[in-house]
Design a protein around this ligand. Structure first.
Ligand code: ADP
Ligand code: MG
Length: 330
């Protein structure tokens, strides 16, 4: 089995009918038509087996997630996804694995009318790099740097589910899950594992937030760390009301100890929700956006002057931040 048959497998499964793809997979490079009056948004993310996903993850889910993490970055910019390229490094040429991977990838790609237009295939430890492209109107797009004192801080969906899902996945391995957890039924198990393996990038929400949010980031390394990037880029501080952090029923069942649950919500990775800031004058639009997208939006705090991220409990008493989010080199 050659890399060429692997490429053929992929290109057959991921076929797209986007009119702006003049030449997709199959030549030396892709030729893509660009719209006027738009700015190109480019994101790239790599998944390394055993680092970004458990080695036993289904190939379909790996394909889905490899694209999802990139779409989440485009969503955080408020961009409309268009094309992606894929660098695939495989330990051995396994056509069945590749076909399932491509099916997972394209299932999400089709939801957002994104075309896979090229890539590269090599041998080595299982590693997947995707570069995703999208469009925003000229000079538009959500940055990390626009948060202002007095803005509300919001998150989409629920937090901590993927970290709980990772605990479930690790529970079956030698390293085990480091926190105290309850046994839960298959229904809630499935929800948490799906949140880890098949995250939903908030693409439509991101686009809706374009005219409304002052700053945005996607939550990939834990809320505390990612919100920290907004604070740094915007030169502001924040107060987070920990009791307001949205938790799913599944998470609350699985991790009933309050403090451990909060820890997962603040520091757990892989949520791929959006965290964003909105000025008081624009907050009235959020109800409409919530209805339109079907994505829950929760106010979790507000922007203050200074540089600190301060956590407060339900009574307004200061709390300590448990720990940092995920970092590769520390
Ligand atoms: P070259 O040697 O000219 O780089 P390749 O054989 O690497 O050509 O690639 C041939 C075509 O297949 C190109 O269009 C390339 O973008 C595409 N391609 C290669 N690997 C992948 C992949 N993993 N996913 C999608 N397209 C790929
Ligand atoms: Mg090549």
């Amino acid at each position: 089995l050659s890399e060429f048959s692997i490429i053929k497998t992929i290109s057959k499964i991921v076929q797209s009918d986007r009119l702006d793809v003049r030449q997709g997979i199959g030549d030396d490079a892709a030729i893509l038509r660009t719209p006027l009056r738009s700015d190109l948004v480019v994101a790239m993310d790599t998944l390394v087996a055993g680092v970004h996903f458990p080695v036993l993850t289904q190939p379909y889910d790996v394909g889905w997630k490899a694209l999802a993490v990139n779409l989440s970055d485009l969503a955080a910019m408020g961009a409309d996804p268009s094309w992606a390229t894929l660098a695939l490094t495989l330990p051995k040429p396994d056509n069945t694995w590749v076909a399932e991977f491509a099916r997972g990838f394209v299932a999400l790609a089709r939801q957002h009318q994104l075309a896979l237009v090229g890539g590269d295939t090599t041998r080595g430890p299982l590693t997947i790099t995707v570069q995703a492209h999208g469009w925003v109107k000229k000079n538009k797009g959500l940055l990390r740097s626009g948060a202002q004192v007095g803005d509300g801080i919001f998150v989409s969906g629920t937090l901590g589910d993927a970290a709980a899902g990772l605990c479930l996945a690790l529970g079956q391995t030698k390293s085990g899950c480091p926190i105290k957890v309850n046994s839960i039924g298959v229904y809630h198990r499935k929800i948490l594992l799906q949140r880890l393996n098949k995250p939903t990038p908030r693409v439509t929400l991101g686009q809706e937030l374009n005219r409304v949010a002052s700053a945005a980031i996607d939550v990939s390394d834990g809320l505390a760390q990612d919100l920290g990037h907004i604070l740094q880029a915007s030169d502001v501080g924040a107060v987070i009301e920990v009791a307001q952090l949205p938790a799913s029923v599944a998470l609350k069942r699985y991790v009933s100890q309050e403090q451990e649950c909060r820890h997962l919500q603040l520091c757990g990775g892989d949520d791929y929700e959006l965290c964003f800031t909105v000025s008081p004058a624009k907050q009235k639009h959020l109800k409409t956006i919530e209805k339109k997208t079907g994505v829950r939006i929760t106010r979790i705090g507000h922007i203050v002057s200074g540089h600190q991220l301060m956590l407060v409990d339900a009574k307004g008493k200061k709390m300590r931040l448990p720990q940092q989010g995920y970092r590769h080199f520390s």
